[in-house]
Design a protein around this ligand. Structure first.
Ligand code: GLY
Length: 590
């Protein structure tokens, strides 16, 4: 009996333990995905960035350095590099490379970019790493036998691809950095190897481009899977990881020569593209002299051609400077109408006068002179809408997807980089075996005079295709100095809306006294000469819209204009940084 009683107690104990074990097992099965994720390595300079758990931070005020970019993981990696002793250039490089993995619609190594920077010891730098037309490119390569301009050829697939410049640009940036390149690229390698979870926006982007990925690729890609992507899915990019390792181990030659170059040329051959080994080997990043414009005592420093950004921005600022903008008020009929008329005139000049300065004599000095802007505005009428048919380019006599990163460090370096594949996911062509998306930047040339590109921009001889030429861009990475001290870093994606968004962000701060968050997130508007339309963003002031219509303007609504990253230095030296609410953009600082 005693032993019988003991047996019963033992049995009850074992039963209770089994229930406990079972409960733990059930719990493990329920949370298995996160158990698995927690086992994965954490990436980043000191392995402190978790690619499975992150969220966007839209606004910070910090004392030392900060990074604003299109993705929280990329900004976090930039911050980790700053904390580790890197400067703003180190952080920029690591952030760009991380974006090439976590933001494949625009972050890239198969596209291009521009950098505008100011070093702590007062040097201004501009780097042009825009794509170049391949050696076999020709002025009429997108005109078919019936004489039609074929934007389907210039916007998708292998023939749309310009010779990528991003990797050459990253190494040119590295001359100003402090840490070894291998430390800056390792977080991107970790992210590509071990994966990261997709945001809803990136999952939607991959799903809506699925058919194009299938159409424009000759080999399977990481971006297409059975069924739909959803937020929280992990994206692994092992082929991209191998390409990044070749760049880590061999420098720029790891991209422009050897295995990666071979894979690019083979991809071209499979899809009737025209980029050759020589095109890749001969690619160069070009240092340029930044555009500088004085606007109400602020020194605005921006990108010269081959981007139109700096000149167009400078022209617009010069055109409105004689007017008392701050007394007109933010987004009143008066202030918007004036800015629209400045935008109209500057974009007419873009179409006629701007192109790659190595191929076309850009009348930069005239376009940026205050006298020229005054003349351009001599037919401005503040009582009625101008007409693009009446506004041509001035006479000069000379005697949806890109991404922007703004970084400031604690030493006084400030760096603005805008980088692009052109369209979202570029040409949609992924280099087989190398895992990265190629650009469709050839569409930024004027493929036929008067035929609009995907942003509606038109052009002529200045931006006609020629072998080795760089296609005109709108990218406008910009710095603003006050009394020769850092004041603001700003830039955005958005095709032709890039320059108008940067223009309005600067006016928002300088004339309307806004903080970084408002300057970025208040609704924007856009006019680009042709079409003769004012595009207004969701949330634009309704009374102002009605007032503009009454003056004769045609208004068209848009969901979003720009995804701006802006860092402003406050009078006490703190950094007020904002990431755009229109996307997954995020700012990290300390
Ligand atoms: N691909 C857009 C731009 O460079 O303006």
């Amino acid at each position: 009996m005693i032993s019988g009683k003991l047996d019963l107690i033992t049995f009850k104990k074992i039963f209770l333990q089994m229930k406990y074990i079972l409960a733990v097992l059930i719990l493990c099965v329920m949370i298995f995905p996160s158990c698995k994720q927690a086992d994965q390595p954490i990436v980043g300079a000191d392995k402190e960035v978790n690619p499975y758990q992150f969220s966007s931070v839209k606004n910070v005020t910090v004392t030392h350095g900060c990074v604003a970019s299109a993705h929280p993981l990329a900004s976090e990696i930039g911050l980790a590099i700053l904390k580790r002793g890197g400067n703003a250039f180190d952080a920029m490089i690591a952030t760009q490379l991380a974006l090439a993995v976590v933001h494949p619609s625009a972050g890239n190594i198969g596209g291009c970019g521009y950098m505008v920077a100011r070093t702590a010891n007062d040097s201004l730098i501009a780097l042009d790493y825009r794509e170049m037309a391949p050696g076999k490119a020709g002025r009429n390569m997108y005109i078919d036998s019936a004489g039609n301009a074929r934007t389907d050829w210039s916007q998708n697939g292998h023939l749309a691809v310009g010779v990528p410049g991003t990797v050459a640009g990253l190494f040119a940036e590295h001359k100003y950095a402090k840490l070894p390149f291998k430390d800056l690229i390792q977080p991107a390698i970790d992210l590509a190897t071990n994966g990261f979870v997709l945001t809803e926006r990136e999952a939607d982007g991959l799903n809506s481009n699925r058919e194009d990925f299938l159409k424009y690729n000759t080999m399977p890609t990481a971006f297409v899977k059975d069924g739909e992507w959803k937020a929280g899915d992990t994206l692994y990019q092992p082929e991209l990881a191998e390409t990044l390792k070749r760049i880590r181990d061999n420098g720029a030659k790891g991209f422009y020569e050897g295995e990666t170059a071979k894979l690019i040329v083979e991809e071209m051959q499979r899809g009737k593209g025209i980029i050759s080994y020589d095109d890749l080997k001969n690619y160069v990043c070009k240092p340029r002299k930044p555009v500088e414009v004085d606007y109400r005592g602020y020194d605005v420093v921006s990108m010269p051609p081959s981007s139109s950004g700096g000149i167009i921005l400078g022209e617009m600022l010069n055109m409105i400077e004689p007017y008392p903008m701050s007394s007109y008020g933010f987004q009143t009929v008066k202030s918007v109408q004036l800015m629209v008329e400045a935008e109209r005139r500057a974009y007419a000049d873009r179409a006629q006068h701007l192109g790659d300065p190595d191929f076309w004599n850009v009348p930069q000095q005239v376009l940026l002179s205050k006298a020229y802007s005054k003349k351009r505005m001599s037919n401005y009428d503040s009582t009625k809408a101008g007409k693009s048919d009446d506004i041509n380019a001035g006479d000069v006599h000379e005697s949806d997807q890109t991404t922007h990163i703004s970084v400031i460090d604690g030493e006084g370096n400030m760096v603005a980089v805008t980088t692009t594949l052109n369209n979202s996911y570029g040409s949609k062509t992924v280099v087989g075996g190398a895992g990265f998306i190629l650009n469709d930047e050839m569409d930024d040339f004027s493929i036929k005079p008067g035929v609009p590109n995907m942003y509606g921009a038109i052009g002529g001889d200045a931006n006609a295709i020629a072998p080795g030429k760089r296609m005109l861009s709108s990218m406008t990475p910009t710095l603003v100095l006050k009394d020769n001290q850092p004041f603001m870093v700003v830039g955005t994606p958005g095709g032709t809306t890039i320059t108008t968004s940067v223009f309005q962000s600067i006016v928002n701060v300088v004339d309307f006294g806004m903080n970084a968050d408002d300057a970025v997130n208040k609704p924007k508007f856009h006019h680009q000469w042709r079409p003769d339309t004012v595009f207004i963003e969701k949330g634009f002031n309704e009374a102002t819209a009605k007032g503009l219509q009454a003056m004769g303007y045609t208004l068209v609504g848009r969901d979003a204009i720009g995804r701006t990253e802006l860092i402003k230095i406050l009078p006490d030296g703190k950094r007020d940084a904002a990431a755009d609410k229109r996307g997954d953009d995020s700012v990290s600082g300390y």
